[in-house]
Design a protein. Structure first.
Length: 216
């Protein structure tokens, strides 16, 4: 089993609850099944560029112009997309670690998604609809937020957007470990909420490790 881990948090682990969730998740996964192959991508160490006009033409122009060949400049502008999308294409599980910022995902995570969820690599448009070209089966979200959120909270622009994005390419299995209410100045149960999220992350890791064992 291949697990691709994308981290979108610039803070060190001692200051980052989402990174602490990731540490708990991957420690448990390695304990339960050390044969799982994990690839880590830190977006702040390897930042995705925003889509430019040349990159957009490189990735999408063939959809509107049959037989289109990118120019050298357009092709070169798609280098990040080619590398990252091929990594995603080989993943069975995608783990996304991030904080919630302004009720949604960090912009750097959205920039990565724009670069990797591209036609001819991850999916194809067909007369019958979107046809997946990947092997991805499950998404895991490891999230922390300062505020508290209830189930189906209308303020939650993070998980709803990610569900829509991945359902578009045929992946509906999404597991979430969310440490909400992490504002020490507002809430007195910060630690217990984090502990519950850590336990949830470990439970998800147990399930994935068991699935990987069953597949071998």
């Amino acid at each position: 089993m291949n697990v691709l881990h994308i981290c979108a948090n610039p803070r060190p682990i001692q200051e980052s609850v989402s990174k602490q969730l990731a540490a708990a998740f991957f420690t448990r996964l390695a304990e339960k099944n050390p044969d799982v192959n994990v690839t880590n991508v830190d977006l702040y160490q390897n930042p995705p560029p925003f889509l430019t006009y040349p990159t957009f033409r490189c990735l999408y122009q063939t959809m509107v112009e049959e037989g289109y060949k990118p120019t050298t400049g357009e092709y070169n502008s798609g280098a990040y997309s080619r590398t990252q999308s091929e990594q995603l294409k080989q993943a069975d599980v995608l783990v996304l670690t991030m904080p919630m910022w302004t009720f949604s995902m960090p912009a750097i995570m959205k920039a990565w998604l724009d670069q990797v969820l591209v036609p001819h690599v991850i999916f194809e448009f067909t007369p019958e609809g979107v046809q997946p070209l990947h092997r991805l089966k499950r998404i895991v979200l490891l999230i922390a937020s300062a505020d508290r959120f209830k189930e189906n909270d209308p303020r939650d622009g993070l998980t709803r957007e990610l569900r829509a994005i991945f359902e578009f390419i045929g992946v509906s299995d999404m597991a979430i470990a969310w440490a909400d209410g992490q504002n020490l100045r507002r809430y007195d149960d910060v630690q217990s909420r984090k502990d519950m999220a850590v336990e949830a992350a470990q439970d998800i890791a147990d399930e994935i490790a068991e699935t990987a064992t069953a597949e071998t």
